[in-house]
Design a protein around this ligand. Structure first.
Ligand SMILES: O=P(O)(O)OC[C@H]1O[C@H](O[C@H]2O[C@H](CO)[C@@H](O)[C@H](O)[C@H]2O)[C@H](O)[C@@H](O)[C@@H]1O
Length: 268
């Protein structure tokens, strides 16, 4: 079904998926980053375009993989739910700071709520100094985006460094055209490793897709475990496979849903 929806050629995917090893979807546990992997990057967090086929496609993948499909995002769980309201799988949000197994988000770290609120207030106040800034509060921290004017990068960094000098237990994370204040100890790789001990993920082949530095520890971990690590887009990576764009990722997932990955190489 998705072959037609995403214009996937009936005679096979072509060389763009050559680096992706063959594995059985029924034996895999998928951990999929959101921005830059499932959807193209946009000028603002709310400016993304979620293609109409993405939700149904993830639902089909979830069914075929026996429920072992998680979205692992830097966004808050609530934000992912807003974009993918029908996604039936686990959502790892806030870079691993929260996990929603279907009963609502559970915190994996416990930053002082008063400090989180104070930092959010400081960043939101600072963001009003230039209309190009966007402040994005999350349950465990806050992001300061400057994609609309990259020249603001230095000022954004200085502000956050100054803000963090007043509190302990947080650090600045480098995102794409953004800096994020996160609690120490948070990481997608921790959440993914915890999920791999639980049903329905346990005992399966870990398959991690990521595009950002925040995904690298999880990509390296999947590779070390003999799993599949897929980097999307440019930049250094420990991953063994690189796909060009979210569009190519969709083709890879469509192939897994169709079961073509189980066929011998060249049988497409
Ligand atoms: O782990 P991810 O799912 O990849 O989330 C990483 C961050 O994604 C969002 O910011 C990035 O995407 C925006 C929309 O394309 C873009 O405008 C921004 O410049 C990027 O940094 C999201 O807003 C963050 O909260 C996530 O941490």
């Amino acid at each position: 079904m998705f072959y037609e929806m995403i214009g996937f050629a009936a005679d096979g995917p072509g060389p763009e998926l050559d680096c992706l090893p063959r594995f059985r979807t029924e034996e895999a546990a998928f951990f999929l980053d959101f921005d830059g992997v499932l959807v193209d990057l946009a000028e603002t967090p709310d400016g993304i375009d979620v293609p109409g086929h993405l939700g149904p496609m993830l639902g089909e993948l979830h069914a075929k993989a026996g429920g072992a499909v998680a979205i692992a995002s830097g966004r808050a769980v609530a934000d992912i739910r807003r974009w993918l309201p029908d996604f039936p799988g686990v959502i790892v949000g806030s870079h691993g700071g929260e996990i929603d197994r279907g009963q609502g988000p559970e915190a994996t770290v416990s930053p002082d709520p008063g400090v989180v609120a104070a930092l959010q207030k400081m960043v939101e106040g600072f963001a009003t100094s230039n209309e190009a800034y966007i402040a994005e509060p999350k349950p465990t921290g806050v992001v300061l985006h400057f994609r609309r004017n990259p020249e603001l990068r230095g000022a954004a960094w200085n502000m956050l460094e100054n803000a963090l000098s007043q509190f302990e237990g947080f650090h600045i994370h480098h995102s794409k055209m953004a800096f994020e204040v996160r609690p120490d100890g948070v990481g997608k790789e921790n959440a993914i490793q915890a999920l791999m001990e639980e049903e329905p993920f346990a005992g399966r082949l870990p398959v991690v897709f990521g595009d950002d530095v925040t995904d690298e520890p999880a990509l390296a971990w999947a590779k070390e475990r003999g799993g599949v690590a897929v980097k999307v887009g440019e930049g250094q990576s420990a991953a063994g496979c690189r796909l060009e764009s979210p569009e190519v990722v969709h083709r890879a997932l469509a192939r897994q849903i169709a079961g073509r990955a189980q066929e011998p190489a060249g049988a497409a």
